[in-house]
Write a protein that binds this ligand. Structure first.
Ligand code: PHE
Length: 453
């Protein structure tokens, strides 16, 4: 086994909070509502739930289990597990692929998370109060046009992330997530209750949950599957590294089910916090990425105590982003420590600086470098975001699934429970070795087609 003396999470509950922290992020609060909004509401929700259940959960079990068996950074875990199973050492490149993906996601994620910091301060200082929709739109446009502002916000976000990671597994990440996640759930509950009193509650319920299978289109299937992976944080070895800090005796399957449930509940509740407001103020649900930064501020500008509800919303977004970014930063810091032999403080500083460089490049693509396009089509931000989430994450997901299918034995997952070993294990193995890779491949090919055509 890798390093058996690796620092461990204090309890299964702590692991659930940190893994839920990784899963619940901008994907749930920012991306899920706008994707549901622009893909027909309930049809997207239905497909997303279906894919979380039948594909993303089994792959998440696989990833965490590999980490738990490897007990080391992702590269060393692949090396060790390949060796004892007589497989090629080349599997270790999956670890490097995961780290590259995490780094790229961290760079663009910090820019959007930085938006949540700026918008939190806008809301607290009542910048939106009494403004008309045109003025709110121009706040957004002016904001994006200021490179120094965007970079400053991204810097603040990276600084917060690295500040927590610097304190390590128990004192940093575990402690932060164990209060941030319950706080996030509380803030979300308050927002849902408030929003349900706004008058658009039943329209929102209808929009998100009416059973309309006839509305399901190929594009909805593809985007909901891609989103299921992104939101459960699988495919980038982040969950693998978190799993490597698990004590051998804990059950991965139970923990994954709780984390996935929390993740889905937060996504649905975010929808229930946002759409009633959107409907009661007669705005369109299909705004796309601007839903959070343009449509919602339009709502807050007209609401009683809009500054207060707005601040809570952006605080929620910040907590969600921060708890996820810990899962990008920790594996990178862990890699620098184990492969580079540096101290945690140095590793945190180096990862922080490198990410800041990357996020500066991403932030500049909204203004100074907006004319610079890859293949005359993507600006740098879109390229980094699309490449990492639509291509590298799914690719990592396929390789991790296949490897797990070769390496994980029934007793690893289900101990001595013969019934589960005989029934569930073959089903799980079939999903991760055939269904999941095929499904991911279809999504990848389609998103590549979309990207290139
Ligand atoms: N799950 C996170 C979100 O929803 C994003 C993420 C992707 C986290 C990959 C870790 C790894 O925002």
């Amino acid at each position: 086994m890798g390093t058996l003396h690796r620092e461990k999470w204090s309890s299964l509950l702590s692991f659930i909070w940190v893994a839920a922290g990784a899963a619940v992020g901008l994907g749930n609060i920012w991306k899920f509502p706008y994707m549901a909004g622009s893909h027909g509401g309930s049809a997207f929700v239905l497909m997303y739930l279906f894919f979380v259940l039948i594909v993303a959960i089994p792959v998440m079990i696989a990833e965490i289990m590999l980490g738990k068996l490897g007990q080391s950074d992702a590269v060393s875990s692949f090396v060790y597990l390949a060796k004892i199973n007589n497989l090629s050492q080349r599997w270790r490149y999956t670890g490097y692929l995961g780290y590259l993906t995490l780094f790229l996601v961290f760079c663009f994620y910090s820019v959007v998370a930085g938006f949540s910091i700026a918008y939190f301060f806008f809301a607290v200082s009542n910048v939106f109060g009494g403004k008309n929709p045109m003025e709110i739109q121009s706040i957004w446009v002016d904001f994006l046009a200021q490179p120094g502002f965007l970079i400053g916000c991204a810097f603040l976000f990276i600084f917060c992330t690295m500040g927590i990671v610097y304190f390590g597994i128990k004192k940093g990440i575990e402690r932060a997530c164990s209060w941030m996640m319950p706080a996030l759930l509380l803030v979300l509950a308050v927002l849902v209750v408030d929003s349900s009193l706004s008058g658009g509650f039943f329209d929102a319920l209808n929009f998100l949950f009416s059973f309309e299978p006839e509305k399901i289109e190929p594009q909805i299937v593809i985007s909901s599957l891609g989103h299921a992976f992104f939101t459960l944080a699988v495919g980038a070895c982040a969950m693998m590294v978190y799993g490597s800090h698990l004590p051998m005796r804990v059950s991965v399957t139970q923990a994954v089910l709780v984390v996935a449930l929390l993740d889905v509940v937060v996504a649905l509740l975010s929808g229930m916090a946002i759409f009633p407001l959107i409907f009661s103020f007669d705005l369109s649900p299909s705004q796309g990425p601007g839903l959070m930064f343009v449509s919602l501020p339009m709502v807050f500008s007209k609401m009683a105590f809009g500054w207060f509800w707005g601040s809570l919303f952006f605080l929620l977004l910040f907590f969600a982003a921060l708890s996820s970014s810990l899962s990008f930063a920790e594996p990178l810091v862990d890699l620098c420590i184990s492969k580079g032999g540096v101290r945690r403080s140095t590793a945190s500083y180096l990862v922080g600086c490198a990410t800041l460089m990357g996020s500066i490049v991403c932030a500049l693509s909204f203004n100074i470098w907006s004319g610079f396009k890859f293949f005359s089509r993507w600006n740098i931000f879109d390229f980094v975001a699309d490449l990492s989430t639509n291509f590298l994450l799914p690719l990592g997901g396929i390789i991790i699934s296949l490897f797990a299918g070769l390496v994980i034995k029934p007793e690893h997952l289900f101990g001595n429970n013969t019934w589960k070993r005989k029934i569930f294990f073959p089903v799980w193995r079939m999903v991760i070795m055939i269904i999941a890779p095929l499904a991911i491949l279809i999504v990848m090919v389609n998103s590549l087609k979309d990207m290139l055509v």
